[in-house]
Design a protein around this ligand. Structure first.
Ligand SMILES: Nc1nc2c(c(=O)[nH]1)N[C@H]1C(S)=C(S)[C@@H](COP(=O)(O)O)O[C@H]1N2
Ligand SMILES: [Mo]
Length: 526
């Protein structure tokens, strides 16, 4: 068989021309380019900033050693970012070309190389501060488009001539490839343009926020004296914005510029009111330390944070509208249609329930409800802390359901008294001797009067409490444990200022918040 083939006189076939290298290389470049363009479109549509290209670029900037950064800034000045993007373009072109060539020789290997490249980009996205799983969607979309395109286009680039005629190297199959390549390139260009356009919306909101950072004159968010015990390993009393837990149903953050924002107050009111951002802010801003927590927080969990919020009392805004005496609830609605039902009396009983515009001395971050959100001390977030709020409807609880109350969660959501051990950490090994046991306790708007720690089956020991500016924040505590070698169990419980001792009864988060004592096991080395 082999013999007969090799024996075929070469004169019987036209000498097979060496296939040119560039079509599969071009196919690789275009497939990668289209994938990245799709990522731009998807990121733009979702309002996500982290496209694979942006994330890899940012990781590169972060990983650049200082000498190279200095060199780049010296050489390219303010064009250093452009230089980086051009450099990335060159690298991506070369990589795309190599992947195309590899795919032409060994398809599996080429596809694998392309996948590896996208996985690396995925890691870069994931590594950026502030990203969530949703930020990976553009990169995944890039893969879904780039891989089949690569296979298809390389196939066209390497398709054998339909006849043995050498001329066909320039014949129909080459033309088919060039058409396919042209279409891919066209789509990539259109996609990139569309992505830029969509991304501009987010950029507009970020600009709006940046402008407020200077014009709002927000306070410096320095914790009050004595509030932070600064025990090593414990969570700081003030939660930095980038560490503040984020919970919402929005796949992409609603994008609302402060200039475009309005709040409508209506329903069972004497006067319907509509306020824009400037009108709201001119009503007078107040700064309040408030602790916000999620009803889904498990005992010992971290869906809780404490920040300095700047905003206008909700009661002042409601007073403009004059709620009817028959009303007992306010249904708030976000720009993306999420709703919460809050007791009207809670909003008007004098507590610091705010329409917040600032968080820790910054305009609200987009993820935390820019430009305006609600925050109500003493209630879980799901019944009170509406982000991107645009509407307050004064109503009655028997006349509506809110987002989570139609899904099995309680209609009212007062915060349950709770406490947490931060140090030592669960399963820690510590040395015998005096060990600082420390953590936080909270019962917003009632206040914490005592925290006690129990070791194994011993007595309750009173912890020392840190200072707090009001009853509306969590309170740090510390207790010096004379730790003896062996395995031990630590438990904590808090008592509110109005005398409620935290129950040991364990309840899951559904329907109205978890309860039970935070319990950890530690080993004391002999
Ligand atoms: N628009 C909107 N606001 C929302 C939510 C949401 O899904 N959409 N979730 C609420 C819940 S359940 C909580 S616990 C808090 C969390 O606020 P944070 O993400 O700023 O920590 O926001 C509340 N406000
Ligand atoms: Mo929540």
């Amino acid at each position: 068989m082999t013999d007969s083939v090799t024996a075929t006189p070469s004169a019987a076939l036209p000498s097979t021309p060496r296939r040119p290298w560039w079509p599969p290389a071009l196919a690789g470049v275009l497939a990668l380019g289209l994938g990245l363009a799709v990522a731009e479109v998807v990121a733009g549509a979702l309002g996500r900033a982290e496209t694979p290209v942006v994330a890899v670029g940012e990781e590169f900037i972060d990983l650049t050693p200082p000498w190279l950064k200095d060199f780049a800034i010296e050489t390219f000045g303010t064009h250093d970012k452009t230089a980086l993007l051009v450099g990335m373009g060159v690298v991506l072109t070369v990589l795309g070309g190599l992947i195309g060539l590899l795919t032409a020789r060994r398809k599996g290997a080429g596809m694998l190389a392309a996948t590896v490249l996208l996985v690396i980009a995925g890691f870069a996205v994931n590594n950026r501060p502030d990203t969530t799983m949703a930020d990976l969607i553009p990169t995944v979309a890039a893969g879904i488009v780039a891989l089949p395109t690569l296979s298809w286009l390389v196939g066209k680039a390497t398709a054998p001539p339909p006849t043995g005629d050498a001329e066909t190297a320039r014949g129909p199959s080459r033309r088919t490839f060039l058409t396919a390549a042209g279409i891919t390139a066209g789509l990539a260009v259109v996609g990139t343009g569309l992505g830029q356009l969509l991304g501009a919306r987010r950029a507009g909101v970020e600009t709006s926020r940046d402008d407020l950072a200077t014009s709002l004159d927000l306070p410096r968010a320095t914790p009050p004296d004595g509030a932070d015990l600064t025990v090593s390993g414990a969570e700081p009393w003030r939660t930095p914005n980038q560490d503040f837990y984020r919970i919402d149903t929005a796949l992409s953050e609603p994008l609302v510029r402060a200039e475009d924002w309005t709040l409508r107050v209506h329903g069972m009111v004497e006067n319907e009111v509509e306020l824009d951002y400037d009108q709201l802010v001119r009503m007078g801003l107040e700064d309040r330390w408030l602790t916000l927590n999620c009803v889904s927080n498990e005992v010992g969990g971290h869906l809780i944070g404490n920040a300095l919020w700047t905003g206008v009392p909700i009661a002042d805004v409601l007073a403009l509208a004059q709620p009817s005496p028959d009303a007992d609830a306010v249904r708030s609605r976000s720009q993306d249609g999420w709703t919460a039902g809050t007791p009207l009396d809670v909003l008007t009983d004098g507590r610091d329930a705010l329409l917040a515009v600032g968080m820790n001395g910054q305009p609200l971050p987009l993820a935390h409800g820019f430009p305006v959100r609600m925050i109500v001390p003493g209630l879980y977030g799901y019944v009170s802390a509406t982000k991107w709020v645009v509407e307050l409807e004064v109503s009655r609880f028997d006349q509506f359901n809110a987002y989570w109350t139609t899904r099995g969660w309680a209609e009212r959501g007062p915060v349950k008294v709770a406490s947490r051990i931060d140090v030592p950490s669960s399963q820690a090994n510590v040395d015998a001797g005096t060990v600082a046991v420390a953590g936080v306790a909270w019962a917003q708007h009632r206040g914490i009067d005592a925290v006690e720690v129990k070791v194994d089956d011993g007595d309750w020991n009173a912890a020392r409490l840190a200072a707090v500016p009001s009853t509306d924040t969590w309170r740090q505590w510390v207790w010096g444990w004379d730790a003896e070698p062996g395995d031990h169990r630590l438990q904590v419980r808090a008592t509110t200022a109005d005398g409620e001792v935290q129950t040991s009864e364990q309840a899951p988060p559904v329907p109205d918040g978890a309860s039970g004592w935070h319990t950890i096991d530690v080993t004391v080395n002999g």
